[in-house]
Design a protein around this ligand. Sequence first.
Ligand SMILES: Cc1cc2nc3c(=O)[nH]c(=O)nc-3n(C[C@H](O)[C@H](O)[C@H](O)COP(=O)(O)OP(=O)(O)OC[C@H]3O[C@@H](n4cnc5c(N)ncnc54)[C@H](O)[C@@H]3O)c2cc1C
Length: 489
Amino acid sequence: MKTKLNRKQFLRLTAAGALGYYVYGCNQKTEQAPLSKASKQPLPTSTSKANSNSHVQYFAKGSRDYDYLREGFNKRVQKYPAVIAQCTDVEGVAEAVRYAREHSLAVAVKSGGHCFEGFSSNNGGLVVNCSSIDAVEWLDDTTVRIGAGCKLGNVYAELLSKNRILPAGSCAGVGVAGLTLGGGYGLFSRKLGLTCDSLQAVTMVDGNGNIHEATKDEELLWACRGGGNGNFGIITHLTFTTHQSPKFLTAHRFKSKGLNAQQATSIVEQWFTATRQLPESCFSAFVLNGTSLLILLTNTEEDSPHVRSVIQQLTACTSTTSLGNPKPPESAITTFYGRTESLYFKNASAGLYKDFSDIQPFIQQALEIVTTTPGMIYQVNTLGGAIQRPEFEQVSSYPHRSYSYLSELQTYWERPQQTQHYEQAFQKVQTIFASNHITTQYRNYPDINVSNWQQSYYGNNYSRLQAIKKQYDPDNIIRHEQSVLLQST
Ligand SMILES: Cc1cc2nc3c(=O)[nH]c(=O)nc-3n(C[C@H](O)[C@H](O)[C@H](O)COP(=O)(O)OP(=O)(O)OC[C@H]3O[C@@H](n4cnc5c(N)ncnc54)[C@H](O)[C@@H]3O)c2cc1C
């Protein structure tokens, strides 16, 4: 059951949790398609198409469960596909693609449904819904094959029960497929790399409805490691090498309230300095939520003298410090699992940075808007560490490894009538970044308004991705507003 929050509670939520993002973030309950909201029965049996079978069921507008299956995590983006194909296996996905071709329908792909811009749905086309393909299968003690629809909360639960881990994102409701295909970072990435760096094989249905088992196809795997979101195929299963789970995770928190833009600017500069040489076991996030600041510092090892000096620096520039205790990872990560309801929001990448000098000339101007817009959050996360290993770079299309920081602008509101106001405020901040040449962006944090998204998301790898597109989806059946375009178009 959804809990209605009053305005005060709503605003407080962003300040209360570890990261504003994660506090708002997740949608485990509403994304567990295909259960009917009313009945909570397993897979619905009444469908709109006679040709439904055990591999795929089709839901047309007006049919039972259509609206439920249509929903994404972001209430701001509402789309109405002609047909939703609820697939239970790779054969069902192949059938759905052939069905779409027969009926000249564009195909969008949905796994966890957490895309910021609703690229996992479309208007008038067919949505391949992978949410039921969610099994976790161990191939040996360290290798796991995961269905595209599996959510991170279930991935962590299964892996941690065997003392294994993937360096994935924090929110329990995010789909492993969408996350991995765009890169995927989280608390363990500076130690273990991006999620896509652990990807070893995929099962994929291409735009002709053909099934590919890619275990050694280095070019296709290269493309799936950072460039695979709804671009050239539907990945139904992902095989990963898992890693030894850390023994514990410690989370330290530093807070300040009532900040103006000048004060926030001074602190963010000090945060960049303090986090420049973090050990790989650490992750940090600077989260400015209106006038309230939270800095998170996590560590999967004992705090070294260097980390203790970082703690001192962060303590000196904020008002309150709460030092965490080491906790088993299975309980520590649930702190970041976040909320369960879908939300109205506009979030996007606000640039990848090498260091503070990238934003120094204009960041105060941007923070003037953040600190005077309740519901707006400016967050910067540490990347770097293992993410920058050359051996990962060589085999993946994720193009931004030299950037040690990733920022995200977030805006949340309660009612549809507020959308325009928040979108405008959001755009003002993004314009400040863009006009100051911050154009390198994270594909998993897409923004429909980004010009030259091809270069921003994929850098110099774009034309190589276009060749993959041509090979696997020559008729551009699989597409969304910012999918890789065929070379000829
Ligand atoms: C609350 C929240 C928390 C987040 N936390 C993190 C985080 O900690 N770290 C991080 O890196 N990112 C994070 N993200 C961003 C997240 O990685 C992306 O939104 C991701 O694309 C979501 O994947 P999904 O499967 O849930 O979404 P979907 O909406 O289902 O899909 C997202 C994109 O991937 C494509 N896609 C989905 N499934 C497939 C498939 N099977 N085959 C081919 N293409 C497919 C779709 O076309 C779409 O473009 C977060 C997002 C939210 C909303």
